[in-house]
Each structure stands twice: as C-alpha cells, then as structure tokens.
Design a protein around this ligand. Structure first.
Ligand code: PEP
Length: 257
C-alpha cells in the first residue's frame, strides 16, 4: 500500500504584502517542529509579489516549509502582459503552482482547456500542479457533483502522461464551501475524493491513483480538519481564510493532536 504524506497548503489569496509574508512565515517556522514536518508536508501559496521574500527566508533559515504560486501562465515567455511563467516560478524554487482555483474559473473565465495548458506548463518546468476541481451550488443541488468534478479532472489531465500525473495534487473544492463557512461533511468530501481516485485509476492505473494526493478545500479550520482527514481518500487540505492566521494553520497541520 502506498503511504501518502498529507499536504496542508495555505492559499493566501490576495492577502499579505512581501513584508507581512516574512512575518507570517517566521511565525509558522516558530510554531512548527521537526515532528510536524515528519508527519505532514506544509506549503504556503502567497501572491506572486511575495515569492522572492519567502524564498529568501526559506533558503536562509533552511526552513522545511515549501511554497508555490497561486497561478501559472500556460505560456513560457512572450507578449502576455500580467502573466507569470513556469520558468520564472521555477527560478524562484517554487514547488507548487495552483491551477484552476474556482476564483480563477469564476472571475477570469478559466476553462478546462486552459487548466490543461497550465497543468502541462507546470510539469514542463518541474513544478507540481495543485489542480482545483469542484462543483458550484446549483450542481450540488442537482446531485451531479461527481460527474461535474470528474469532467473537470478529465479536461485538465488531457494528454498528461502517467509519470507526470502520478505526482500531481488534486484539490477537491466544492465552490459553495469556499470562503463561506459552509464546510462539506466528511462524507461529502469522501464521496467526491473517492470518485476522483477511481477516475484516476481508470485514466492511468491503480498504482498511479494510489500515489496521487487528493486534498479537500472549503472552509477548513482546526475544528473540522480531523474529521475530514479521517476519510480514506483525503490526503490533506487546501486552506484559504484559516491559513492567514499562523496559529490556526499550525493547529490544522497538527490535525492528529
Ligand atoms: C481556498 O481558497 O482554496 C479555500 C478553500 O478557501 P477557504 O478555506 O477560505 O474556504
């Protein structure tokens, strides 16, 4: 059986400037111990403007926290004003790049084809995509959340080979639970995360599916994380609001306590 190390990733969204980022990561570093890092991989996903500060701090203090970007361009270079490329993120030693967060899908019109191009861009440059999938409220009400989410997964993984797919992180984030305080029940999370793993085994193989970490995201807090993590197909969390409070994020990392 494959042992998947849980990944707790803090998505800061558009919060914290580069100085606040340093203070926040220092607080995390003080709060977390070697024992925490043995049990859980801890990542922060700051705005682009903070990445250099976080890199300097992580490298200088040999911190075990890893970091990544909240988005990545599908293109490697050129006339794409406002975009940030895979090579730029790789140069900053980013481990992760979030792809297809629901806020990008909703406010920036990102569709599955673009998410696919971004996933492939991340892999091209040695970055691990955290691919976000999940249904909006009307889909949940119609009871078609599994089909909807698997459709997004299929679209984003088109032509991604098994050896790359085996390293991806998939974040199941029901849109109605993001930033709303409305958390999915552990059973809701397991239903879709389990279906994602089955689909990954069909797209690739059982062996590949067993290696892939599937996170839950949507109003995760220290008070609800343990029950969510108890589900067999949930391998971590993508944490928004609660990740802005360093003490709370440390408690989420210590979900077993
Ligand atoms: C997110 O930003 O991915 C997220 C899940 O946000 P929140 O935890 O605030 O719901």
């Amino acid at each position: 059986m494959t042992t998947r190390i849980p990944l707790m990733a803090g998505n800061w969204k558009m919060n914290l400037n580069h100085l606040e980022a340093i203070a926040h990561v220092q607080k995390l570093a003080f709060g977390l111990t070697d024992k925490d890092f043995e049990a859980v991989e801890v990542a922060v996903l700051p705005p682009f403007t903070d990445l250099r500060s976080v890199q300097t701090l992580v490298d200088g203090d040999k911190l075990k926290i890893v970091y990544g970007a909240q988005d990545i361009s599908a293109h490697d270079a050129g006339a794409y004003t406002g975009e940030v490329s895979g090579p730029m993120l790789a140069k900053l030693n980013c481990t992760y790049a979030v792809v297809g967060h629901s806020e990008r899908r909703q406010y920036h019109g990102e569709d599955d084809a673009l998410c696919n191009a971004k996933v492939r861009s991340a892999f091209r440059h040695g970055l691990t995509p955290i691919l976000c999938v999940g249904e909006p409220l009307e889909v949940r009400k119609a009871g078609t959340q599994v089909a909807h989410t698997l459709g997004q997964l299929d679209g984003a993984l088109r032509e991604v080979p098994a050896e790359q797919a085996a390293t991806i992180v998939v974040a199941y984030e029901p849109v109605w639970a993001i930033g709303t305080g409305e958390v999915a029940t552990p059973e809701d999370a397991q239903e879709v995360c389990g279906a994602i793993r089955v689909r990954l085994s069909q797209l690739y193989s059982q062996e590949v599916a067993e290696q892939i970490r599937i996170q839950y995201g949507g109003s995760v807090k220290s008070g609800n994380i343990a029950a969510i993590m108890a589900q067999p197909d949930v391998d971590g969390a993508l944490v928004g609001g609660a990740a802005l409070d360093a003490d709370e994020f440390v408690k989420i990392v210590r979900f077993r306590d």
